[in-house]
Ligand binder design. Structure first.
Ligand code: NAP
Length: 318
């Protein structure tokens, strides 16, 4: 039997994912990049490939690369690669791959589900039954229509498009902000400025890439422009939104609500969120289904295999 290629696996994987990685590669596991230090220099010195899973901004940085002098590929688990210092990796000739497309549907489903859950107050509905309020007080308070409203997408990429297609099925007019107009989506209205987009729509979906370039792209001005009836939905990264401005707007009811799957500094989130009743929150579970995580893991492994076979990478990002 041919000798397996050796890789380091970094992150929080399921037992099945680890098993499958070990079937194909000779593996060393650590939880996070900081733990690379705990490995002996001898075990690190010839490592060419890493399977990485992590969301902490720039967790995989120059100091981590220094610990792996022969590193040539980081196969990232996830489409978002803001956990890796791409510029520094490119400078060192380290290839990065990600797992795009296979997760679009699940993430878009969560975006739509969160909007409906917030606008129709599903959490209150459950409480209304469990607390006995239904029997004592009758109908729960009325909530607000979702279908037929105007929707805006900030960042009309793969996931943004999947969200927009779903919203069309809810009889919504679609508006979007991108850095340039998309010729492929003639029925959707382009805005060159996110503030004008926010002014125009009822629901503003954020589907930008994360990272320094889009840090707080959804600024106080964009949030304020949404207005008192507006709802912001973020499935991208906490970093893309000015969270302090969002919290202020939610507390003062300057906007109607927010539905959030991602937060700055997650998993520890700003405690001000916990006091609000106009927020629907999820613990970054956009791609968190058995089917999609399997597909992501498969693509991660396939990119590593291709690298070791000297074949072209399937989903390179640099
Ligand atoms: P994508 O296809 O690359 O789309 C990203 C969008 O970001 C594009 O519309 C792009 O705009 C925009 N963008 C990139 N750089 C920008 C900049 N400097 N300024 C303004 N806009 C910029 O990515 P995707 O596959 O849809 O994924 C989007 C993000 O979703 C990921 O990066 C990840 O952070 C997040 N995500 C979250 C979950 C979750 O579980 N919640 C799961 C998967 C992904 P242009 O159209 O102008 O190029």
């Amino acid at each position: 039997m041919s000798k397996k290629n050796e890789i380091i696996v970094i992150g929080d994987y399921t037992a099945t994912q680890l098993e499958k990685l070990s079937e194909e590669f000779q593996t060393i596991f650590v939880n996070k990049t900081d733990d690379l230090r705990s490995l002996s220099a001898a075990s690190r010195k010839n490592i060419k490939g890493v399977a990485f899973k992590g969301h902490r901004p720039l967790e995989f940085d120059a100091a981590s690369f220094d610990l792996l002098p022969e590193l040539r590929i980081i196969s990232n688990f996830g489409v978002g690669y803001d956990g890796i210092d791409i510029q520094e990796a490119s400078r060192r000739g380290i290839k990065i791959t990600n797992t795009p497309d296979v997760l679009n549907d699940d993430v878009a489903d969560v975006a739509i589900g969160m909007l409906i859950a917030l606008s129709r107050n599903f959490l209150n509905g459950v409480d209304w039954i469990k607390s006995g309020a239904w029997g004592k007080s009758g109908e729960m308070p009325l909530n607000r229509t979702v279908s037929g409203k105007k929707a805006g997408i900030v960042g009309l990429g793969r996931i943004g498009c999947a969200i927009a297609h779903r919203l069309s099925g809810f009889k919504m007019n679609i508006h979007y902000y991108s850095r340039s107009e998309k010729s492929s989506v003639k029925d959707w209205k382009f805005h060159s400025d996110p503030i004008s987009l926010a002014e125009e729509v009822d629901f503003l979906f954020i589907a930008l890439v994360g990272g320094q370039e889009t840090s707080q792209f959804v600024s106080k001005e964009v949030i304020q422009a949404l207005g008192a009836d507006g709802i912001l939905i973020n499935i991208s990264r906490g970093s893309t939104v000015d969270e302090e401005a969002l919290l202020d707007a939610l507390e003062t009811k300057h906007i109607r609500g927010a539905a959030l799957d991602v937060f700055t500094g997650e998993p520890s989130i700003n405690p001000r969120f916990l006091e609000l009743d106009n927020v629907f929150m999820q613990p970054h579970q956009g791609s968190g289904t058995i089917e999609t995580r399997e597909a992501m893991a498969k693509l991660q492994r396939a990119n590593l295999s291709r690298f070791f076979a000297n074949e072209s990478l399937i989903t390179p990002i640099n």
